[in-house]
Design a binder for this molecule. Structure first.
Ligand code: MF3
Ligand code: CO
Ligand code: CO
Length: 270
C-alpha cells in the first residue's frame, strides 16, 4: 500500500491516520512554527511584505523543507501576508509596513511529505489598543476551538465555541473561508467551519488531522476577493485578524503540531 493511502477514510471522506503519523506532523508543524517565531523581529515599520516573504523562503529552504504554497494553484510565494483589512491570502509585495499596522503571516511547509500549516498575528511598531483587542479575541477563540477537539465531539462543537466567544465580544466570524483536513495533502475534507451549532457535523475521531484558522473582523463578516484573485478583504474595510494551528485528534483530546517552540503566545507580545 502506498503511503498516501495509509489509514482509512470515514464516510465523510476524512482520513484517519495511524499513531506513527503524529511524529511526521509534529516535525512539519514545528518547522513552520519556528519560522513564525524567527520572523517576529523582522516585522518593523519600513520593511516590505516581499522582504519578509524572502526571509521566510530562505528559512524554509535552510530547514530542508519545501514550501507548500509556491506553485500551489499558481501562487508564487512562501507565505501569505495579510495586512490590516486583508482577511487572508494577502500576496507579499512592495508595500512597506507602517507604525500601527497589524498583519497575519501564514506559512505552510512540507517535511518528509507531511504538511505543517500555521499563522499568527504581528504588529509593526506600536499596536493600537483596538487592534490588540481584536488579536487577543482571535487567539483566544482559536484556543477555545482547540479545547473542543476530542473524540466524540463534533466539528460543529468547534465552530460553536469559536463563534459564541467572538460574538460575545461584538466581533464577527468570517464565513467565506474555513479550516481544512491536512496530512500528506494540503487541503482535504472536512471543511472546518469557525461557526456552527453544537452536536452538528462529522464526529471527531482519533487520528484526524486538520487546521483551525478563524478569521475575525471588528466589523461585519462579509469579504470580497480582489482582482488579483487571491487577496480577500473585509467589504466594510474593518480590521481583520487570524490565527491558525494544525492539530491531530488523540484518544483524550488533541496534539497541537504548530505550537511555538519558543513558547511565544504571539510575537506581538514577545
Ligand atoms: N496556508 C493557507 C491555509 O491556511 C493556504 C494558502 S494557499 C496560498 O490554508 F496559495 F494562498 F498560499
Ligand atoms: Co490552513
Ligand atoms: Co495557513
Amino acid at each position: 500500500m502506498n503511503d498516501q493511502h495509509r489509514g482509512r477514510l470515514t464516510r465523510d471522506g476524512i482520513r484517519i491516520h495511524e499513531a506513527g503519523d503524529f511524529a511526521g506532523m509534529h516535525r512539519a508543524g514545528q518547522v513552520a512554527a519556528k519560522i513564525l517565531d524567527e520572523i517576529g523581529p523582522h516585522v518593523v515599520p519600513g520593511v516590505t511584505t516581499g522582504e519578509l516573504d524572502a526571509i521566510i523562503e530562505a528559512k524554509v529552504n535552510a530547514a530542508g523543507a519545501k514550501s507548500a504554497t509556491i506553485g500551489y494553484k499558481g501562487y508564487q510565494h512562501a507565505s501569505c501576508i495579510s495586512l490590516n483589512h486583508v482577511v487572508c491570502h494577502g500576496i507579499p509585495g512592495d508595500k512597506k509596513l507602517k507604525d500601527g499596522d497589524i498583519l497575519n503571516i501564514d506559512v505552510t511547509v512540507i517535511v518528509d511529505g507531511w504538511f505543517g500549516d500555521t499563522s499568527r498575528m504581528y504588529a509593526a511598531g506600536n499596536l493600537p489598543r483596538k487592534a490588540e483587542r481584536l488579536i487577543e479575541v482571535t487567539h483566544d477563540a482559536l484556543m477555545l476551538g482547540i479545547e473542543a477537539v476530542k473524540p466524540g465531539n463534533t466539528f460543529g462543537d468547534i465552530g460553536h465555541a469559536i463563534q459564541t466567544f467572538v460574538e460575545a465580544h461584538r466581533m464577527s466570524v468570517v464565513r467565506d473561508f474555513c479550516g481544512h483536513g491536512l496530512g500528506r495533502v494540503f487541503h482535504s475534507p472536512p471543511n472546518v467551519l469557525h461557526y456552527g451549532r453544537p452536536g452538528t457535523g462529522p464526529v471527531l475521531e482519533e487520528g484526524m488531522f486538520f487546521t483551525i484558522e478563524p478569521m475575525v473582523n471588528i466589523g461585519r463578516p462579509e469579504t470580497k476577493v480582489l482582482a488579483d484573485d487571491w487577496t480577500a478583504v473585509t467589504r466594510d474595510k474593518s480590521l481583520s485578524a487570524q490565527f491558525e494551528h494544525s492539530v491531530g485528534v488523540t484518544a483524550t483530546g488533541c496534539e497541537i503540531f504548530t505550537l511555538s517552540p519558543a513558547g511565544l503566545f504571539h510575537p506581538t507580545r514577545s
